[in-house]
Design a binder for this molecule. Structure first.
Ligand SMILES: [Fe+2]
Ligand SMILES: [Fe+2]
Length: 190
């Protein structure tokens, strides 16, 4: 049943790892999952369902890394596995190029957490204690260095927080705190 599937983390993890060999991509999925779950808790929303959307948002990226295929070509796969349309739509909406606009709180949360989770993760990887003592202030400084984690789109970071209606510093702090409990799984020291 689709309702059970959306809450089934083992099924989501199995699909992610079936399609994704890269440890970096798996860690990205885990980081976005932790951030989105934390917001679901904060908003009193369906944490398991939101977490699985986040876990799977890039599941097809390793096989389809180009804008003409990711995340669009993942949609029929999710449909075939039995995921409902709202779940698939939320994943599509994280790609600016898909034309799927972000309408729901889940969609705004996923977009707001995607790039910033990757960026905070990158900040932690170059620190001796990972993200244990990382603060928003130093993340903001790094955001101003174009050469650092240059794959992270700075506009998406700023716009994501704005769309969600959260202050960027508070958002960064919230994401750092969401990632701390899973620091070892993210390969972070400290
Ligand atoms: Fe993506
Ligand atoms: Fe992503």
């Amino acid at each position: 049943m689709a309702d059970d599937l959306v809450h089934d983390r083992d099924a989501a993890w199995a699909l992610l790892t079936e399609w994704t060999e890269s440890e970096a991509l798996r860690r990205h999925a885990l980081a976005v999952e932790a951030s989105v779950r934390a917001y679901a808790r904060k908003f009193g929303e369906d944490e398991d369902a939101w977490g699985n959307v986040a876990l799977l948002h890039d599941f097809d990226y390793e096989r389809h890394p180009t804008l003409d295929r990711h995340p669009q070509d993942g949609a029929p796969v999710l449909r075939e596995r039995g995921y409902p349309e709202w779940f698939i739509r939320a994943i599509q909406s994280h790609g600016e190029h898909t034309g799927v606009t972000r309408e729901s709180q889940l969609e705004r949360t996923l977009f707001a957490c995607d790039e910033v989770s990757g960026f905070v993760h990158a900040c932690g990887l170059v620190r001796p204690d990972g993200i244990a003592t990382l603060e928003a202030r130093s993340v903001r400084k790094k955001l101003k260095q174009p050469s650092f984690a240059k794959g992270v789109n700075r506009d998406d970071v700023v716009n994501g927080a704005e769309e969600l209606g959260v202050d960027l510093d508070e958002h960064i702090t919230f994401v750092i705190e969401a990632l701390r409990p899973i620091a070892p799984e993210l390969g972070l020291r400290g």
